[in-house]
Design a binder for this molecule. Structure first.
Ligand code: ADP
Length: 191
């Protein structure tokens, strides 16, 4: 894994998978290894909630129920973030796009160059609920977690097909130690 930075610098990556699959953890370590920004809409939204911005006040209850915040809110946030200078050297999107409309908006933002790869992290359903309930975030009540899984299956999972059609999907088994899963991701990215 010595040349990860040199090989993967400049890539425009997306990490996709159900809530609890460990996307956020993997995204953090991978971005640190490559030296590209980690663009997490969940983190950006939690930051707005913590700072009690107008956007945060709008998003808080929606997030606590496990529903998706409106597309236009997250699309605007991501568009602004991708336009910042550090994102010109590649980035990893985590938690976005989550709907077909968001995926289409991302296409518009990225233009002809598009994404380089979509990492899909796979974890069995019963393991997911167990992992999330252990984490204990404020939107991690059992009801909200079940709702997030339902929303994932109906709105987000179909995006895998969308990106499969473009030959971008690289699937990895998300079960195992953090370094093991990371090594699988690095492997499927060809580094
Ligand atoms: P997880 O990793 O558990 O899936 P995230 O941190 O990605 O959770 O997101 C937490 C919550 O933030 C989501 O349940 C949703 O309410 C909101 N959210 C994050 N990203 C998006 C998005 N792209 N579109 C709509 N809502 C989003």
């Amino acid at each position: 894994m010595s040349n990860v930075e040199a090989t993967l610098m400049g890539r425009r990556l997306l990490i996709l998978g159900p809530p609890g699959a460990g996307k956020g953890t993997q995204a953090t370590v991978l971005c640190r290894a490559i030296g590209i920004p980690h663009i997490s809409t969940g983190e950006m939204l939690r930051d707005h909630v913590a700072r009690e911005t107008a956007l945060g006040r709008r998003a808080r209850e929606i997030m606590e129920s496990g529903d998706l915040v409106p597309d236009e809110i997250v699309i605007g946030m991501v568009e602004e973030r991708i336009g910042q200078p550090d994102a010109a050297c590649g980035f990893l999107l985590d938690g976005f796009p989550r709907t077909r409309a968001q995926a289409e908006a991302l296409d518009e933002v990225l233009g002809d160059e598009g994404l380089d790869a979509v990492i899909v992290v796979e974890v069995a359903e019963d393991e997911l609920v167990e992992r999330i309930l252990k984490r204990g975030r404020s939107d991690d009540t059992e009801e909200a977690v079940r709702n997030r899984l339902t929303v994932y299956h109906s709105q987000t999972a179909p995006l895998i097909e969308f990106y499969l059609g473009r030959g971008l999907v690289r699937s990895v088994d998300g079960v195992g130690a953090i370094e093991e899963v990371l090594a699988r991701i690095v492997g499927v990215l060809g580094a």
